[in-house]
Design a protein around this ligand. Structure first.
Ligand SMILES: [Zn+2]
Length: 84
């Protein structure tokens, strides 16, 4: 029974050793994964603006430009804001 315990410990130690040994290769994998997600990251870091009517936040490129420096989430809110 003790031999089984040692076998398990050796197995876990071997697994730990392999995981530490394989770590230098993982940053490159993470880097490639990061480049795959670069467009999303760029979109998330895009300037966010708040709708002047309802206050919802949305990317500047998806906002509707109103009068002056106002931004709106949709053309409907732009018309409602200028109408009221
Ligand atoms: Zn809105």
């Amino acid at each position: 029974m003790k031999y089984l315990l040692w076998a398990v410990l050796l197995y876990l130690g071997w697994r730990w050793y392999l995981s530490k040994k394989s770590q230098p290769t993982s940053p490159s994998q993470e880097a490639s994964a990061a480049t795959d997600q670069a467009p999303e990251a760029a979109a998330s870091t895009e300037k966010m603006v708040a709708c002047a009517h309802c206050g919802i936040h949305l990317p500047l490129s998806e906002s509707v430009q109103g009068t002056g420096a106002l931004h709106f989430c949709s053309n409907e809110h732009r018309l409602r804001h200028s109408g009221s």
